[in-house]
Design a protein around this ligand. Structure first.
Ligand code: SF4
Length: 239
């Protein structure tokens, strides 16, 4: 089991190596409500697709109230190529409806004054949010320390050994990771994991031979020694 020191070393290498390859843009600052809506577009997909989807929402609809009263089909069309656009459209509408019913506005910036813990608690009460969405907003708009984890990021973290075992307790995984990731590096880590998951560390047959992390990654090393191991990486364990 890697110690905290080893995890920190691995993390530093991961950040250094992947930053050279992907050079992600700085995180965009947005009002709290917009960051929430963006996070719903961003979960489980790439920054490029989420940026386009969010841009379309802002361009094609007059305001957030118009999004709230539009049909899920219209919203899904605006979301473009993001996967599960219909499901995301429904979540966006539900969230706007919940925010409107609880605040009679589309402004959540008052949460910034409540302190991170209290604000996160309030965001988590909305049915349309989840751990990823709340962590994203904590990190990007509330100046808190959080590492938002969606399934592509988790896949990479498990393969490189920064997350161990089959524990599915997302909150526990996230908080143990937050101990080894410095707050200032957390947004960069989120972008890099997402980019690697999309380009090389894909779900089926990761391209370990082309991956700059291969020398540091136990899964990559195993795959190079025995390509058949890749099948084992991806095959669900028998219960
Ligand atoms: S070496 Fe392979 S398994 Fe490891 S991070 Fe790269 S693509 Fe993923």
């Amino acid at each position: 089991m890697p110690s905290t020191v080893n995890k920190q070393r691995l993390l530093t290498q991961l950040l250094t190596i992947l930053k050279k390859r992907y050079e992600p843009l700085e995180p965009e600052s947005r009002p709290v409500l917009e960051q929430l809506l963006y996070a719903i577009c961003r979960e489980g997909t790439t920054r490029a697709l989420a940026d386009r989807a969010f841009h379309n929402l802002k361009e094609r609809f007059f305001d957030w109230n118009e999004v709230r009263v539009s049909s899920p089909r219209e919203i899904a069309e605006a979301l473009g190529e993001v996967p599960q656009a219909g499901e995301r459209a429904q979540r966006l509408i539900s969230l706007l409806q919940e925010v409107f019913e609880t605040t009679f506005s589309f402004d959540l910036d008052g949460l910034r004054k409540k302190g991170v813990k209290q604000a996160a608690k309030q965001l988590a009460r909305y049915q349309a949010t989840n751990d990823f969405v709340v962590s994203w907003v904590v990190q990007r708009s509330l100046d808190g320390h959080a590492v938002p984890l969606d399934s592509p990021s988790l896949r990479v973290l498990r393969r490189v050994g920064l997350v161990e075992g089959d524990d599915n307790n997302l909150e526990a995984i996230r908080s143990s990771l937050e101990h080894v990731v410095p707050k200032a590096k957390a947004p960069l880590l989120a972008e890099l994991l997402s980019a690697l998951a999309d380009e090389l560390c894909v779900e089926d047959e990761p391209r370990c031979g082309s991956c700059p992390l291969c020398a540091e990654c136990p899964t990559g090393q195993e795959a190079l020694r025995s390509p058949a191991a890749l099948g084992r990486v991806n095959r669900p364990k028998p219960r």
